[in-house]
Design a protein around this ligand. Structure first.
Ligand code: MN
Length: 500
């Protein structure tokens, strides 16, 4: 479902002016083409990099912005001021530009040629002041953008651009995206609610509800041949618990789970949805809670949220797009249980069933166990651990007057012991800077119990994404101090009030 990402483009635009004459402008274009081609060939950059002719007038800039706005494949612009481009020329274009913008402050020549430097060299290498003129007008116009400084062949510079491309891709993917909610919200839960109209205006996606009966029609239409084929796929992909194996006592439940997955997948494919939510309080017509289906659909790239949590479903989808091609998975997650031993505090994250196998540290085990919640047949699920390493949790909450994205960087750790009786997939982590401060900060910021957990997405991806979306971004990591965070939250309240 990510195949169309390969057609996406960022446009490399270069600012200059007529003053320099034809010869210099030809050189500017040559330099710019070389940089765009070099970035485009770099495998870290997940999209095509398209060189656009050097911009030397207000009209050309405006026309380029119109073209970018209406191009389906253009996900954003990378701007570079090779020479001095008087920035009043940029006002009309930037006024209407509705695509993400990255400002690359680089220079064609890395080094000053100490013994040979003359005014010709200065003419061809003057982004140092050209990019400041462009920076001023962007700041004056409150234009959101990412500013990246450094030599264009430098790996760290390319990495920053690649991260921004990921965030821009996720943003592009949300425009016009559809998310389905099966069975509305878990009753009385606050954090999973929110203003869907505001969300559509802000992020470009729509969320709509469907009755379970709409889904059941698809589940009931699944053929035995389709079930057999999917069960064969399960047997190849997972360690199957004996009860679920051929002739096992619970084999029928495995077939039921396959039938639910096939029905849900067909519903989502036909409706062209990019994610969905479920609700265990509303399972009318389903024989078991769709645990396995949610796990496997997430692994296929769908966003998912439990208990009607549409904001998390959207966030998971966005995180899967922004990290496409990177190492590490992304899953729906819930802070479940603490280990509060002094000096060894950590969180066990899991959910009733729905953890994405993209974060599994080895071949998952397919199992069936009773579930007290939901009042249905025992559900099938995939059980696994998550590899130790760096990770993060992210949550988007609706503050009433704005959306806030909170990110907590984590140190994912191995379990101290085996967990032989825990019948669900699970991850263990230490929130940064430590459990007490990280959790205190998360709770003060209003972070949900649900999150997008990822070992692929970085804080920089999510910071870039929030910049593009124009929403609040709160980072909790090794630098977090509670008294500073409290001030940040108070000041942000004022800022977002005034910024309206
Ligand atoms: Mn939950």
């Amino acid at each position: 479902m990510f195949t169309n990402l390969k057609n996406k483009e960022v446009w490399f635009i270069t600012g200059s002016q007529h003053l320099y004459g034809e010869e210099t402008l030809k050189e500017v274009a040559k330099h710019s083409q070389t940089i765009a081609a070099s970035l485009g060939e770099n495998e870290k950059i997940p999209v095509k990099v398209i060189f656009k002719p050097v911009l030397t007038s207000s009209d050309a800039i405006y026309d380029l912005c119109v073209e970018a706005n209406t191009s389906k494949n253009c996900i954003g612009l990378i701007a570079w001021m090779h020479t001095f481009s008087p920035a009043k020329m940029w006002i009309n274009g930037l006024n209407i530009l509705n695509k993400p913008l990255a400002h690359l402050d680089t220079q064609y020549n890395r080094d000053i040629p100490w013994s040979d430097i003359d005014m010709n060299f200065m003419n061809s290498n003057q982004s140092a002041h050209g990019d400041r003129e462009f920076g001023f007008i962007c700041t004056r116009m409150k234009r959101a953008r990412k500013v990246i400084v450094g030599y264009w062949k430098d790996e760290a510079v390319i990495q920053k651009l690649a991260v921004w491309c990921g965030a821009a891709l996720a943003w592009n993917d949300l425009q016009g995206a559809k998310f389905a909610r099966f069975g509305d919200n878990m009753r009385e839960v606050a954090v999973t609610e929110g203003d869907k109209v505001e969300a559509q205006m802000k992020f470009g996606y729509s969320v709509n509800g469907y009755a379970l009966g709409d889904l059941i029609k698809y589940v009931d239409g699944v053929s035995n041949a389709e079930i057999r084929s999917l069960v064969a796929e399960y047997e190849e992909s997972y360690e199957i618990q004996p009860e679920l194996a051929q002739d096992g006592a619970k084999r029928a439940s495995l077939k039921d789970a396959a039938k639910i997955e096939l029905g849900m997948r067909q519903f989502l494919e036909e409706g062209n949805f990019k994610g969905f939510t479920s609700n265990f309080e509303n399972l009318y017509g389903l024989s078991q809670l769709p645990g396995l289906a949610c796990q496997r659909l997430m692994a296929a790239g769908y966003g998912f949220g439990g208990e009607g949590d549409w904001k998390t479903a959207v966030l998971i989808r966005a995180m899967k797009v922004m990290s496409y091609g990177l190492i590490g998975g992304t899953s729906f997650m819930e802070d479940y249980t603490y280990h509060l031993e002094d000096g060894n505090m950590k969180v066990l994250g899991s959910h009733m069933l729905e953890v994405c196998p993209s974060i599994a540290n080895k071949k998952p085990s397919m199992e069936i166990h009773p579930l007290s919640i939901g009042g249905k047949d025992d559900p099938v699920r995939l059980v696994f651990n998550v590899a130790a390493g760096r990770g993060l949790n992210a949550t988007i909450i609706d503050m009433g007057s704005r959306f806030r994205l909170i990110v907590n960087e984590l140190d994912v750790v191995n379990p101290d012991y085996d967990l032989p009786k825990l019948p669900v997939a699970r991850a263990l982590w230490v929130p940064q800077p430590d459990l007490k401060v990280g959790t205190q900060a998360w709770i003060l910021a209003g972070g949900a119990h649900h999150s997008g957990f990822s070992q692929a997405v970085t804080k920089e991806h999510l910071e870039d994404f929030s910049e593009i979306a124009g929403i609040e971004f709160v980072l909790i990591n090794h630098e977090t101090k509670i008294h500073e965070l409290k001030k940040e939250l108070r000041w942000n309240d004022l800022y977002y009030h005034l910024a309206k």
